[in-house]
Design a protein around this ligand. Sequence first.
Ligand SMILES: Nc1ncnc2c1ncn2[C@@H]1O[C@H](COP(=O)(O)OP(=O)(O)OP(=O)(O)O)[C@@H](O)[C@H]1O
Length: 258
Amino acid sequence: MTDTPLLKVNDVSKFYGNRTGCKNVSFELWPGEVLAIVGESGSGKTTLLNCISTRLMPTTGSVEYHMRDGQYRDLYHMSEAERRFLMRTDWGFVHQNPADGLRMTVSAGANVGERLMAIGDRHYGNIRATAVDWLSRVEIDESRIDDQPRAFSGGMRQRLQIARNLVTGPRLVFMDEPTGGLDVSVQARLLDLVRGLVNDLGLAAIIVTHDLAVARLLSHRMMVMKDGHVIEHGLTDRVLDDPREPYTQLLVSSILQV
Ligand SMILES: Nc1ncnc2c1ncn2[C@@H]1O[C@H](COP(=O)(O)OP(=O)(O)OP(=O)(O)O)[C@@H](O)[C@H]1O
């Protein structure tokens, strides 16, 4: 990790009319760091993730991002074209539902390859070779490269979505319940895979999950949200082993009782 944050989130709030999505959220994310945002349904996790990743504009606040040229830029003051470029090159977004992050009617190879083309790669042989490499990294057999993702299982689709996101060498990946909706055994395998890739690539990630086991396995730090507020924030092991807030204690103990 360097001594410069990758992301500086300053007092971000989002209101939907008079309903609170998230309120007064501030934190920094460091290169290579994995942050989990946890909380029960309706606590504001997705709103916050969408605001930070600029899929949603907050009502107030700012997010500064450390660009590859060393400058900080306020994400909300970028042009739409600049934001889209950042999303294609420097960021990944892994959706809970792989169908939201994949093109279901083009081949697995094209799903990976078109991200490379979007950043200017034009050499068919290189693109195909990189796609093969990435499919193997996410444990999809090369023989499936010409199959469409709609012919894949849920776990394979999710692994393909991950390959599509990571092939361009992003520095920051957003994940919204990446293992939600999968069988428990499939989840475990996917989590192992994500953990390995994030470590190997030194990726920074922000992961939204309601599952504390996912946070434990993947994240260095975690933020607990309730009613739109961050009520506890700290190193993951500390928060889970020694929760300070009564609400976090309740969340942790409810998991232990299962
Ligand atoms: N488009 C919207 N319009 C109005 N209210 C919204 C909208 N999106 C979210 N909200 C409200 O904002 C609050 C936070 O919702 P959000 O979806 O961010 O929570 P969450 O923790 O991600 O929940 P879940 O895990 O169920 O997705 C909730 O009260 C929700 O009803």
